[in-house]
Ligand binder design. Structure first.
Ligand code: F6R
Ligand code: MG
Ligand code: MG
Length: 370
């Protein structure tokens, strides 16, 4: 029997502004998931939030893209939206882009990261959740975790992962995907995923030579692009990911090490600025300064017969203090650039712009340069 691990998330209202999720919304979600567990639809669950995003972490045996799971999550977000409206929260229902559920929650606004796999004797799994950034923000750490020997010692010294991994990369503009092997195609892979607003890592698989099943993912990332779905900007995608670890996969510490730089990501204020990604404890994932800086939280579970242990708040650790200090320092430095690139995103990637209006206003005042 295989287990499905699903993270399905949406911003259905912020408190205040786009800073945080109100506890009443989490209570709505907890009640819905408790009922879903009692009815046998899901095996286990945990509700959390990263900034203004409400996250439903679930285990079940229905496989990925299961209509009954997606429909239950859609109903949960709708009920949480009603609560957000009642409380007068900001942007109630922001990520619910359509009126009625149509069979699969993908493309309807919420973000989805799901994988189905055969549980090992002991199955460590980490759920990562980000706020104020885009799916491509995962490219850097996922690459480091599964392909960089300076991050993951096991790639060099553990025979069970020495052969490397297979990356599934999506071109989110052209809606195409490609499978690429590391270390063989490392440079070609980097040529794509360095362009993180277009090429995003969707999944990572063990190789055929691995003792693990090469059809079952080791990692999965949500790759929905809200503004592409809606045709206009309606909020950042704020991605989530699930990563399995140990015995034949990177160790938990190698997985977390991928987030130790506070790398630069796009998003932050008005989805239009570059800034450092700060790894924080769940309680600290409040996007305050300039609506940020962008945050990532990590919850670690052991999984057994579909049952989850209590989560461990992995970045709630002084070992990440220096990353946070560095991110604060970078925040100060980037902010001093105000409206200038590369703090402000290049024009094509901005989600708010007044440029067409400014150009129209200046009109004929623009003269040809001789
Ligand atoms: C970025 C984000 C916020 C908002 C900003 C303006 O992802 O959620 O930075 O873009 O607070 O929000 P509105 O346009 O709703 O006033
Ligand atoms: Mg919001
Ligand atoms: Mg958000």
């Amino acid at each position: 029997m295989k287990t499905t691990f699903s993270i399905i998330k949406a911003d259905v209202g912020g408190w205040p502004g786009h800073a945080w999720v109100h506890p009443d919304l989490k209570e709505v979600a907890n009640i819905k998931l408790r009922d879903a567990q009692a009815s046998g639809l899901i095996k286990d669950y945990h509700v959390t939030n990263c900034g203004d995003d409400l996250e439903l972490i679930m285990t079940h045996t229905n496989g990925i893209d299961a209509k009954e799971i997606h429909s239950m999550c859609w109903d949960t977000f709708c009920e949480a939206t009603e609560k957000a409206e009642e409380l007068g929260l900001y942007g109630a229902g922001q990520d619910l882009l359509v009126d009625a559920f149509s069979g699969n929650i993908k493309g309807m606004g919420p973000g989805v990261a799901e994988m189905e796999f055969t549980e090992r004797k002991a199955e460590p799994i980490i759920a990562f959740m980000m706020d104020k950034t885009e799916p491509g923000a995962f490219n850097f750490p996922i690459y480091k975790i599964f392909a960089d020997p300076f991050n993951t010692a096991g790639l060099v010294i553990d025979p069970s992962i020495h052969d490397g991994f297979v990356f599934e990369v999506w071109d989110i503009q052209e809606h195409k995907n490609v499978m690429m092997k590391t270390p063989e195609e490392m440079y070609d892979l980097l040529a794509l995923i360095g362009a993180k607003s277009r090429f995003v890592i969707k999944r990572v698989f063990p190789k055929k030579s691995s003792k693990l099943n090469s059809d079952e993912p080791a990692a999965v990332i949500s790759t929905e692009k809200l503004y592409q779905i809606a045709g206009e900007y309606v909020g950042k995608d704020d991605p989530v990911a699930a990563v399995r670890g140990q015995s034949g996969l990177p160790a938990v510490g190698e997985i977390l090490e991928g987030f130790s730089i506070g790398h630069l990501v796009s998003g932050w204020m008005r989805g239009s600025h570059n800034g450092p990604l700060m790894p924080v404890a769940v309680r600290d994932a409040k996007c305050t300064r300039f609506d940020g800086p962008p945050r990532v939280i990590a919850l670690g579970f052991q999984l057994k017969n579909g049952k989850l242990t209590e989560p461990v708040d992995m970045f709630d650790d002084p070992a990440f203090d220096s990353t946070r200090r560095e991110a604060q320092h970078i925040t100060d430095y980037m902010r001093r650039h105000g409206p200038f690139e590369p703090h402000r995103l290049p024009m094509a990637d901005m989600e708010y712009t007044t440029l067409p209006k400014v150009m129209k206003k200046l009109g004929t005042r623009f003269k040809k340069v001789q």
